[in-house]
Design a protein around this ligand. Structure first.
Ligand SMILES: NC(=O)c1ccc[n+]([C@@H]2O[C@H](COP(=O)([O-])OP(=O)(O)OC[C@H]3O[C@@H](n4cnc5c(N)ncnc54)[C@H](O)[C@@H]3O)[C@@H](O)[C@H]2O)c1
Length: 341
């Protein structure tokens, strides 16, 4: 089988993870990288033996040996490379959120629907084993009708203050709320009808980062289901895992509890710290990238080589952006916001 040849646009922290996963895939190969920071592009190219590095994504898209593209630029910088990659007819995997305005999402959706290439948004929670099991139980009717989901996903303050240089230009809702919302839409399987949300800016603002500390949302779905969603960026750095993920799903005939972060499968105590290292999001095992974060990227490469449609696309990307914009409107107005059909 011939390999699909990837160009990676944006090789910061998460872009390098895409490189590792794709270099490890039996039928994929990374042939070009691009980063606005050319030093970073060159060092990633050298580290992984990639022949071409550039700071201009148009140059990457002109390469004859690039037929698929991963776009891993910051949350607010997905539009231009995504449109250009779709216009050039490549297969395109874009990180979440697909784009941060409705108009931009519609432009991407329109182009993706006309493109001969595959298109996917990296909503990787759909590959997370506990969420997969929960969805399977819901689909089999084991829980009856889903009544209420409580979903909490927080990052430690390390993420907005030390990991991301651009957190002040995004929000925790774009960064991890996008994953939470896609998961809720997938589990309920019904359109979102109404949202009410509160956000506050105090802790991060006091450190000069102008972005909300957290969002507390109530989401109402068609058919009567309700969700409570909490996404925050101010967990203490000393918490034993970089994320805190809890989810409870209450159905008319069954219940599921998920603890995605503090399940204590692995507890590590050293002279100076106690941690619960990640074992299923993106652990490295014998040097290979494992976990469900790698599975979604592999799925995209699999779909290209097997000529299948990726499981998540522009429709899901648009639904998430629409929801986040409604959440922002509710935060601003202090009132519930009904989503347009
Ligand atoms: N699926 C996940 O769980 C997950 C995890 C982390 C990050 N992400 C997403 O990945 C994206 C990047 O996040 P990150 O943590 O890697 O950030 P990062 O800051 O580490 O990397 C972003 C890189 O993009 C480069 N860049 C910016 N504009 C560019 C442009 N126009 N052309 C080429 N390069 C450009 C920057 O120089 C930087 O190296 C974000 O959208 C983020 O939400 C997803």
């Amino acid at each position: 089988m011939t390999k699909t040849r990837f160009g990676i646009i944006g090789v910061g922290g998460w872009g390098e993870f895409h490189v590792r996963v794709l270099q490890d895939h039996p039928f994929a190969q990374v042939t070009a990288v691009c980063d606005a920071n050319i030093g970073r592009a060159r060092s990633v190219a050298e580290k992984y033996g990639i022949p071409f590095a550039t700071e201009d994504f148009h140059q990457l898209l002109k390469q004859d040996d690039v037929d698929s593209v991963s776009i891993i630029t910051p949350d607010f910088a997905h539009l231009e490379p995504t449109l250009a990659a779709l216009e050039s007819g490549k297969n395109v995997l874009v990180e979440k959120p697909m784009a941060t305005t409705l108009e931009d999402c519609i432009r991407i959706s329109d182009l993706a629907s006309r493109s001969k290439g595959k298109f996917m948004v990296d909503f990787h929670n759909r590959w997370s084993p506990p969420f997969y099991k929960a969805k399977d139980a819901i689909d089999k009717g084991e829980l009856g009708k889903v009544q209420m989901i409580s979903y909490r996903l927080n990052d430690t303050i390390f993420v907005p203050t030390k990991m991301l240089s651009w957190s002040g230009k995004s929000t925790v809702m774009w960064f991890i709320g996008s994953h939470s919302l896609d998961t809720l839409f997938w589990l309920f399987g019904k359109p979102l009808q109404r949202v009410y949300s509160v956000a506050r800016s105090e802790v991060l603002a006091s450190k000069g980062i102008t972005t909300p500390d957290y969002y507390c949302c109530i989401l109402e779905f068609e058919g009567g289901g309700t969700a409570m969603l909490e996404n925050g960026w101010i967990l203490s750095e000393s918490t034993p895992n970089i994320i805190d993920l809890k989810c409870s799903i209450l159905g008319s005939e069954g219940t599921i509890y998920i603890d995605g972060s503090h399940h204590r499968m692995l507890q590590k105590y050293t002279a100076t710290e106690a941690t619960y290292p990640d074992v299923f999001v993106l652990p490295t095992v014998y040097g290979k990238p494992g976990g469900f974060a790698a599975e979604s990227i592999r799925h995209f490469a699999d779909c290209i080589v097997e000529n299948k449609q990726p499981m998540v696309g522009a429709k899901e990307g648009l639904a998430v952006t629409k929801a986040i914009l409604a959440i922002e409107e509710s935060v601003r107005s202090g009132h519930p916001v009904t989503l347009s059909k």
